[in-house]
Design a protein around this ligand. Structure first.
Ligand code: SF4
Length: 165
């Protein structure tokens, strides 16, 4: 005699479902300007396979991207361009700072280079290293995915702080 199984029911909210979908289909906007970009490219190619995380579609159009990846040194003259790109990306959006140079200027303690992009942009995940390994990039991607699943982005805190000033 067959045993009747109870129905498997899953309940959720629309917001959670949207956040889950977002976290698994991030479209990166790569901003590679120095040696770290080579490791970023390696992380996105078949060996490390970012498509496992739904992030294989690189968009060189900020209006179609929700994940900015800054890898390399950012000069004072380049920063307005980077900010313009960030502003053109639709909300919600996330940012990864890849490598010592993007996060702190690295070994280039000079007036011509930005000593950390977080002075100008909200950063969701930092990747240490010079250059970081692709595995570290994948870990940062997973950190951002977790934030997206929870409906969090550094942009919100950044915007709220800016509004209080
Ligand atoms: S952190 Fe190192 S590898 Fe990355 S851009 Fe700077 S010097 Fe190059």
């Amino acid at each position: 005699m067959a045993v009747e199984k109870p129905f498997d029911i899953t309940t959720t909210t629309l917001e959670s479902a949207i956040n889950w979908a977002r976290s698994n289909s991030m479209w990166p906007m790569p901003f590679g300007v120095a040696c770290c970009a080579i490791e970023m490219m390696a992380a996105l190619m078949s060996k490390y396979d970012a498509s496992r995380f739904g992030s294989e579609v690189l968009k060189f159009s900020p209006r179609q991207s929700d994940l900015l990846i800054v890898s390399g040194r950012i000069s004072l003259k380049m920063m307005p361009v980077l900010m313009r790109i960030w502003e053109q990306m639709p909300e919600p959006k996330w940012c990864i700072s890849m490598g010592a140079c993007a996060s702190s200027g690295g070994v280039f303690d000079t007036y011509a280079l930005i000593q950390g992009i977080d002075q100008f942009l909200p950063v969701d995940a930092y990747i240490p290293g010079c250059p970081p390994r692709p595995e570290a990039f994948i870990e940062a991607l997973m950190v951002v995915q977790e934030k997206a699943r929870e409906g969090k982005a550094s942009t919100q805190a950044y915007t709220e702080k800016a509004q209080q000033v």
